[in-house]
Write a protein that binds this ligand. Structure first.
Ligand SMILES: [Zn+2]
Length: 640
């Protein structure tokens, strides 16, 4: 591939992408220092304080805890687990740029996520139009009306209808999309015998399921009540695919995002129809899980946008059980998690229909937090009359604490324990003793689980994509004197790329000892060979490896911390137009001195190795001795 035109296109895509906006789609960012940086919770580690910064001027991001960093490309690659070509395609589309023909990928080259989004978007329109304008859609339209959905909601959320036909969608797709693609998008199923495919959804009202970037990734289908099938499942969701992961997705998030940001609160219902009805009633900050309990990935996703998460469960027994099952998992999360079970066995849909949004909002505002909820449930179950009942409640509450290992020794733990003695009429020392006992019983099991978890996350083998990772990690953890010097030169180059010619007159890439840093210097020099200045963003764009990108953002941030730009400006003011100013001179001299030292060491080695038997000194030996004496002279004259 022609390197230059590919680099130009990458730069074009980068220049048309606003990194604050891009990252803001998945992380809630707050402007700091008058908008010079934006801060949020890091999406790459379990972040508790906002340690993730986005720099609009540099168009880069960086986490101060896990050291992830880079540009728009590496963000999408990491966050959406895409390869570079797909990332380029995704960002190009997002910026409404057409991919140059030579950059377009063949079908076999990589995964085909962009085509999956295309076919699902197309299917959404097909189903939606069929619902609105076909005679067969009448039954579906009636059903939705009876369920209380307004036309506005139907249009906004693009509800659809798939007719009672085994090959309706397959026929519509003919000449446009491959059946294999329909299958990969989970729109059709394969026949178990005789080959061929059939439509996955039949005679169902379809609710499109969008990801957090508002792309259709799946459908939820509700069978029409008067269907002809026996024992048809009432609700049927798309099966997981390359772009749809049920346990991670929050239904409705794309619509709810703004309201969540504004209210700092997110309301989580158990199903999408509840979520849709609650949103329709005016509480736009509602999302739903898709037939699964709230998972860790849900909470991690949501707490980046909201500080308070309210789980709304149906008032029936199943709802209450579901609530209890997920409690301990979230006790240690640093999010204000509240549980609301609705009165009178109602689900959220029925509740807003009967009582309105205001009434629901009131309940949401006063919903108890997790531990309080559990305490009330246990008190309701056992009563507090007898010592035995109170001990059972205590054990239940302590069990909750034990199940969330992350809470040990935290203020939250103290608060939770602190309220128990009074509520249960026990002494605090009794409570603590019982906790210690129970923790002891659980200790071994916990250690085993933790060990398993750690070994499961360890890297398995070295993948070519991460070949730099070990070197980068060791560089960032223990910067040697040599590394520091080399990083310093790169900091100077990124801060003031026009010094590149002066640098190249004195330093070559082989003057760098650290392989990773040498790789970065090589990219700088390659750019200058192409007649371009190795500016921070040019280097960033030319690199495709996210780990290397992270490294250069790290180096660039160090340059800012050390105020390299200010020091360069001061040097220039002092020395006029002389480009060999103080700091740069110092670094170049440092590198050159190191080179001299190394060649002296090599010469010394060769002197020692000389064969003893040759009595007379050869010219070569004389030269080496001369070099050595010069070296000692220079070293003694050097100010250390
Ligand atoms: Zn991080």
């Amino acid at each position: 591939m022609d390197g230059n035109s590919s680099a130009e296109f990458k730069e074009l895509v980068r220049s048309r992408t606003d990194i604050v906006q891009l990252i803001g789609e998945s992380v809630s960012l707050q402007p700091q220092q008058g908008g010079r940086v934006f801060k949020g919770l890091c999406p790459f580690h379990d972040d508790h304080n906002p340690s993730f910064t986005v720099n609009p001027e540099r168009q880069s991001y960086k986490c101060w805890v896990c050291n992830e960093g880079g540009d728009c490309f590496s963000f999408v690659m990491k966050h959406d687990t895409l390869g570079f070509p797909e990332t380029l395609e995704f960002l190009a589309r997002r910026a409404h740029l057409e991919m140059p023909a030579k950059l377009r990928r063949g079908p076999a080259e990589s995964s085909h996520k962009p085509q999956l989004y295309d076919v699902l978007m197309w299917a959404q329109d097909e189903f939606h139009n069929y619902l609105n304008s076909s005679a067969a859609g009448e039954r579906a339209r009636n059903y939705l009306r009876e369920r209380g959905f307004t036309q506005a909601t139907i249009s906004r959320c693009k509800f659809g209808y798939s007719p009672d036909d085994w090959e309706w969608l397959i026929r519509r797709a003919k000449g446009r999309f491959d059946v294999e693609l329909l299958f990969d998008a989970r729109l059709v199923s394969k026949r178990s015998e005789g080959g061929g495919c059939f439509d996955f959804f039949r005679d169902r009202v379809l609710f499109p399921i969008h990801d957090e970037r508002s792309r259709v990734v799946a459908f939820g289908g509700r069978i029409l009540p008067d269907n002809k099938y026996e024992n048809a499942q009432k609700y049927l969701n798309s099966v997981d695919s390359a772009i749809f992961h049920k346990s991670r997705l929050c239904f409705g998030l794309a619509w709810a995002r703004e309201a969540i940001k504004k209210s700092k609160t997110v309301v989580v219902t158990e199903g999408y129809t509840d979520c849709l009805k609650v949103q329709q009633a005016g509480l736009m900050n509602a999302v739903a899980t898709l037939g699964t309990a709230l998972t860790d990935s849900h909470v991690t996703l949501l707490k980046r946008l909201a500080s308070k998460v309210v789980l709304v469960y149906d008032g029936d027994k199943a709802g209450k059980d579901a609530a209890e099952r997920s409690l301990s998992k979230f006790l240690a999360q640093d999010v204000d998690l509240r549980i609301l079970t609705l009165p009178g066995d109602l689900d959220p849909d029925e509740f807003v229909t009967a009582h309105g949004a205001k009434a629901l909002e009131k309940l949401i505002d006063s919903a108890p937090e997790v531990a309080e909820y559990e305490l009330r449930v246990l008190i309701g179950r056992h009563g507090t009359e007898t010592i035995d009942a109170r001990m059972r409640i205590l054990d239940g509450m302590l069990q909750l604490l034990i199940m969330s290992p992350g809470i040990v020794g935290t203020v939250k733990e103290d608060m939770l324990i602190g309220r128990l003695p009074q509520r249960l009429g026990l002494s605090e020392s009794d409570v603590r003793r019982r906790l210690k006992e129970m923790r002891g019983e659980n200790q071994n099991r916990l250690i085993r689980t933790t060990e398993r978890r750690v070994s499961a996350t360890e890297p398995t083998g070295e993948s070519p994509q991460h070949r730099w990772r070990p070197a980068i990690l060791s560089l960032q953890q223990t910067q040697s004197k040599d590394d520091l010097l080399e990083c310093e030169l790169l900091q100077l180059l990124f801060t003031s790329p026009d010094i590149v010619d002066a640098v190249r007159r004195e330093i070559g890439t082989d003057d760098f000892k650290n392989d990773v840093l040498q790789e970065l210097l090589t990219v700088c020099f390659d750019l200058s060979d192409d007649g371009q200045l190795p500016s921070f963003d040019k280097v960033l764009t030319r690199l495709e490896c996210p780990d290397l990108k992270g490294l250069i953002v790290w180096i660039d941030e160090q340059a800012r911390e050390r105020e390299i730009a200010i020091r360069l400006a001061q040097d220039a003011a002092r020395e006029g137009d002389d480009s060999f100013n103080g700091l740069l001179r110092q670094v170049l001299d440092g590198l050159k001195w190191r080179r001299t030292q190394d060649s002296h060491r090599a010469a010394q080695g060769r002197l020692i190795e000389r064969p003893r038997e040759s009595a007379s000194l050869t010219q070569e030996t004389l030269d080496l001795l001369k070099q050595a004496s010069q070296f000692h002279q220079r070293r003694s004259s050097r100010k250390v």
